[in-house]
Design a protein around this ligand. Structure first.
Ligand code: UDP
Length: 164
């Protein structure tokens, strides 16, 4: 009797990932290698120092939070690596690789995660990832709008992979 296989398919998704200034200098290669080894395609990438205005816009959902000004300051304090990552279930998978916001929690609950390994504290926590598809497409448009139109990132894929 033929064995029946059940397969689960997740749609291809794109998420926005950032290596934050605290991690870029020391951990860039390790983080990029883990991204590639986990089956993500880096569809777009660029290194940039965000202006204050860009950082404020990027984190506008947190405008009312007590930590907002510190967060903006931190995000502008040095270069970030901005990336659009493509994979099945990319939003959730990249969030899982990052681990919880607070590295103290990450070390308890997800010791293999990037934040458990590389983050300093709840502010300087080494990586960012969109929390849903809506944010992902909005932030990708915002950060890569100058080189991408109509959400079509495919033509930039080879260029991005070459950079690695
Ligand atoms: N953050 C902070 N203090 C907090 C919570 C968050 O400084 O109490 C910073 C931290 O850098 C975090 C970012 O604000 O990554 C955005 O917060 P969010 O709650 O969206 O966490 P994330 O989605 O990055 O895990």
């Amino acid at each position: 009797e033929a064995e029946r296989e059940i397969e689960f398919f997740f749609p291809q998704e794109q998420t926005l990932a950032v290596i934050k200034p605290d991690a870029l200098e020391e951990h860039r290669e390790e983080i990029l290698e883990q991204i590639r080894n986990s089956g993500f395609t880096i569809s777009c990438m660029k290194e940039a120092v965000l202006s204050r205005e860009m950082a404020e816009e990027f984190y506008k959902e947190h405008r009312e939070k007590a930590f907002f000004s510190q967060l903006v300051e931190f995000m502008c304090c040095g270069p970030c690596m901005l990336m659009a990552l493509t994979k099945e279930n990319a939003v959730e998978e990249w969030r899982a690789m990052m681990g919880p916001t607070d590295p103290a929690v990450a070390r308890e609950t997800a010791p293999e995660s990037l934040r458990a390994r590389f983050a300093t504290d709840i502010l300087q926590n080494s990586v960012h990832g969109s929390s849903n598809l809506q944010h992902a497409s909005e932030k990708i448009d915002f950060l890569f709008g100058d080189i991408v139109s109509d959400g079509d990132l495919s033509s930039h894929r080879d260029a991005a992979d070459t950079l690695l």
